[in-house]
Design a protein around this ligand. Structure first.
Ligand SMILES: Cc1ncc(COP(=O)(O)O)c(C=O)c1O
Length: 359
């Protein structure tokens, strides 16, 4: 009998202890934002060695708040990489800002040598991401941000757990964010967080998260309901107990892929960085055919991302510039299955399907 293979791209990292944490909160009768959220924020502040963490209900909300804290408004330009998830660009639009795109390099992150030519009097932020967890050149980014006196905002949705020269990603910017969506390495199903060392931004972010409430029923400006709930924060706390182990196990699976895969290329990783390995990316010339072949054989994949963000219909009106590297990568990249339940046998199967694929 032929056994049908189905290997998911990701499986939520949900274990028995997370279930117990949820049950404990359910029994406590306090489900909305409370002590579990506070504890989760404190744990992440200590993990990232940053002063303030503000938990919210998803990574997109975190980005919206981050740009509001920076004061992005109508016509302000925000520099973003040409290859990123749509939410990075959307956050600029929520604040009536204008996205300005910069091509990527062979790390698949923003090409720092191309940023300065995009800076104008209207540039009010550089917003960076670390694609798939591959840390960007923060020395250079911070140097540019300082020289031009422009805040660095880090959309660290994919790089919680990564490091650049012993400094955790999600902490290099004036304000930083992450996401705990179900596919993320640390997940609260939906969730996000804002990180900063700036006291005023901390206060502002907390206020915006909670209906612009400076004190109970005292609303001096427009906020929203971006609150995280205790029920989900409990899951985050439970997952933090094993987070380092989770990263280690992921790294082992990545090493195994890299030991045995043939005829594929990888994004360049900078020296002295640690990759959280949110994505395991391969680059191949015959991407569409190989991807189809993998999917036909029950291997789930993601194309991250099929278009440079500036080519998405929503963003086309912000210029017609073509970004050669972002374009090339969007035609070559495949993100392979990577999760805690992925077995050696499954990896061997995936490796065999790729190595034996005839162009
Ligand atoms: C780079 C980037 N920014 C923002 C987000 C948005 O996060 P969320 O899905 O939690 O809203 C994601 C989600 O994966 C992302 O990859």
């Amino acid at each position: 009998m032929v056994k049908f293979v189905q290997i998911p791209w990701a499986i939520p990292n949900f274990q028995k202890e997370d279930k117990n944490a949820l049950l404990r909160v359910i029994k406590s009768n306090w489900l909305s934002m409370g002590n579990e959220v506070k504890k989760f924020e404190e744990r992440l502040s200590s993990y990232l060695r940053i002063k303030y963490s503000i938990a919210v209900n998803n990574g997109t909300a975190a980005l919206d708040i981050a740009l509001k804290c920076i004061g992005i408004k109508n016509g302000d330009e925000v520099i973003i990489p040409a290859l990123t998830y749509i939410a990075t660009g959307n956050a600029v639009l929520y604040n009536q800002g204008t996205p300005v795109f910069v091509d990527i390099d062979d790390t698949l992150n923003i090409d720092t040598s191309l940023i300065e030519e995009k800076i104008t009097d209207k540039t009010k932020a550089i917003m960076n991401i670390d694609l798939g967890g591959n840390a960007s050149n923060y020395n250079k980014l911070l140097e540019i941000a300082k020289r031009y006196d422009i805040p660095l905002v880090v959309d660290g949705a994919q790089s919680f757990g990564s490091e650049y020269y012993n400094v955790k990603c999600c902490s290099h910017g004036l304000i930083n964010t992450t996401s705990f969506h179900a596919a993320k390495i640390l997940t609260t199903v939906e969730g996000g967080m804002i990180f900063t060392n700036d006291k005023k931004m901390n206060m502002l972010a907390r206020t915006i998260r909670n209906q612009g409430d400076v004190a109970k029923f005292d609303h001096q400006f427009l906020g929203n309901n971006y609150r995280m709930i205790d029920l989900l924060a409990a899951m985050g706390n439970s997952q933090m107990n094993r987070f380092e182990g989770t990263l280690r196990k992921r790294r082992k699976k990545v090493d195994y892929y890299r030991d045995y895969l043939k005829n594929v290329e990888y994004p360049r990783q900078l020296e002295n960085t640690i990759n959280s390995n949110f994505f395991f990316l391969i680059l191949t010339k015959n991407r569409d055919r190989l991807n189809h072949h993998l999917n036909e054989n029950g291997i789930d994949t993601r194309i991250t991302y099929p278009l440079p963000i500036n080519e998405q219909p929503l963003f086309r009106k912000y210029g017609k510039e073509v970004f050669p590297m972002a374009k090339k990568i969007s035609e070559r990249v495949i993100s392979l299955p990577l999760h805690q339940s992925l077995t050696r046998t499954e990896q061997d199967y995936i490796i065999k399907k790729i190595n034996k694929f005839k162009e």
